[in-house]
Write a protein that binds this ligand. Sequence first.
Ligand SMILES: [Zn+2]
Length: 166
Amino acid sequence: MPGLVALYILPFPAGETHSLTQGNCGAESHSGRFRYAFDFRMPPGTSIVAARGGTVVVVRDDRPDDTGRVGDENLVMIEHPDGHLSRYIHLASHGARVVEGDRVAAGDTIALSGNSGRSAFPHLHFDVADRCGRDGCRTIPAAFRNADPPVPIGRGPVEARSPEAP
Ligand SMILES: [Zn+2]
């Protein structure tokens, strides 16, 4: 997204390539409040890293894998210094590697990917929200400074390059 300051890195380790299967405004489910979201197809158990530094504010990883049910999503949420929240959803059952209150830096491993909740195939749903309320979170545009090719643009494989020091 031209002009958008790239505050985030891709939520998977540098050197790995995963396919963006649904980007911003994707027809399957990225509309309304979920408009600015990304789905990356990846094998269950892939390390998920913090896309930006902050404080872990939500960890839920007690739901079973592969139920396909809304509400069974395992997830981690991190709050950043500007109050924005990054969300990592469909994580593996018992896949969290952080607890609420932990401080993390960009690139720290926070969880293992999975296929929990309403998910048609193993993937990570990643988005950034500016506020969350009773009826959910409102996503906002986010750009990645280590994505090759840059996303959000279309679909297909995206490689995480080594991010330069922040
Ligand atoms: Zn999604």
